[in-house]
Write a protein that binds this ligand. Sequence first.
Ligand code: 13P
Length: 250
Amino acid sequence: MAYLIAANWKMNKTVAETEDYIQRFLPLVEDTKNVEIMIAPPFTSIFVASQKLSNTDIKLGGQNMYYKEKGAFTGEISPLMLTELGVSYVILGHSERRHIFGEKDSLINSKVLSALEHGLRPILCVGETLEEREQGRTLSVVERQIRNGLAGVEAEMSRIDIAYEPVWAIGTGVNATPEQAEEVHSFIRNLINEISKGNDQGTRIMYGGSVNENNAESLIKQPNINGFLVGTASLDPERFSQIIKVSQEV
Ligand code: 13P
């Protein structure tokens, strides 16, 4: 499967800034091969992004969603609202959703189920805090997040991607070393192979956490790193396109 290189803009960029970004980004990536590109703008920018990207292979993602189709859920966005705009991916269980907004594995699992039902491809985010790593609990935390987050959809594994994002590496400028990331990625690969009974060939395990144009190459060279979920460096079209370029050359 092609690597998936995805931009998570988080709470950044107005509509005008989104238009400007895409205009500058498209010429930088027009020759891209063998790599799938996805951008997850804030909800308010999805409509304009969808129009600007309509004649390209670049995919759109939601950064979150609620699992119901509609109703009295103030402030939430439904899977139908995303699919109507041509969105094909949705990031679920991001560490900022877990730690700032208190999302638990059971809610994230409902969202994964709903995304699949509506034909959206979930990117389930997992990762340990610094404290959990220092206590030697990295693999058990990641295992719990994956088993609970994917409960009931193990047979659908090929329709799901996973992002390993150690919390201590997000937005800190301290990325996991390639060896640290590979250790967790190979653990995740074995785990999803087991729970899906070998049906995980279509699943990309992406790394996220201070990915930039300088460290991308050594990370993507690891055998079990199949893409990136990029925050800060994705906000600059030049830097994001560099990460894409490096990844397609490996
Ligand atoms: P940074 O690239 O800013 O560390 O963010 C990573 C991330 O959380 C992507 O989802």
